[in-house]
Ligand binder design. Sequence first.
Ligand SMILES: *Cc1c(COP(=O)(O)O)cnc(C)c1O
Length: 360
Amino acid sequence: MARVYNFSAGPSMLPESVLNQAAEEILDYQGSGQSVMEMSHRSKVYEQIIQEAEALLRKVMRIPDNYKVLFLQGGASLQFAAIPLNLLTGSGKADYVLTGQFATKAYKEAQKYGEIKAVASSKDVTFSRIPELDKSAFTPDADYFYICHNNTIFGTRWPELPDTGEVPLVADISSSFLSEPLDVSKFGVLYGGAQKNVAPAGLTIVIVREDLLGKARKDIPTVMDWKEQAENDSMLNTPPCWPIYICKLVLEWIESIGGLEAMEERNIYKSKLLYDFIDSSELFSNPVAPECRSRMNVTFVTPSEELNAKFVKEAAAAGFVNLKGHRSVGGMRASIYNAMPIEGVEALVAFMKEFEQKNA
Ligand SMILES: *Cc1c(COP(=O)(O)O)cnc(C)c1O
């Protein structure tokens, strides 16, 4: 069986060593006589898995002690509602920066619960950059300020974080989770779905500063209340046991290759391989402002729809799958998360060169 290079935006590739270890342990996890998929989440053996996953995440991300880590279900999309439900109880106001489809969805969801302002947007340039911010537009008494750190569909990333002063910064890091070191203390809340870079689908991780707990609306569904989840060690109800286990293995893998500094270096290297080729190409181009380019999701186009379709088809036949851009934007997108090996990107660049020679 040959494995392909999978450039899917999510769910996406996992490190092969992680898959192998999971396979080895699938029938009998470390002498327990059971699969992790079958265990009671309240058993001693599972308790150890979730505790180790949290301890490793804290270590790898250097999460300060005054932050809680929650392992939840419902995807990033459930948090689009959970964020206002948990936080929008002071002034009832929040600021959002519209940098793409997911930021806009979060903004629209929040509008159900309070006075939500879009303080900047790059919609006018098809989200091809992170917009300039005008601080005088910020709401001084906002309950929080919201950004999407890496924009999966448009292939952009915040080159530097906004300075929001005392207003807690909330960031969706679904597609940049564990791809680079982040100073957690700059954020009130960091959260993301795990299926891009951390684990299989089904797990959503929320990292929240303790002083932001206990502000939820009275009518919040109990499982969405971060304080309730924190007080119950993410076990208010059944957590996503299997993805949490894989998350632990992924964190062990990240540690083994040198932590987030090494990961970032690798990710800069891999994305540069691709961007450098695209910038030198006469056939392929990338619309994103260079300083705003994502290291995880690299978008590109040829001059025609026909050629785009031909490229995606021929690439798939050659073992480079899921290169089609998001259905809302077309073109191509190579998602090169942590688990994409350097050789995968090198092979893709070689394939693109060959395609260019044949089709220019
Ligand atoms: C994939 C993605 C989402 C949506 O995640 P779900 O887990 O499917 O709800 C939200 N934000 C970003 C940045 C994403 O990449």
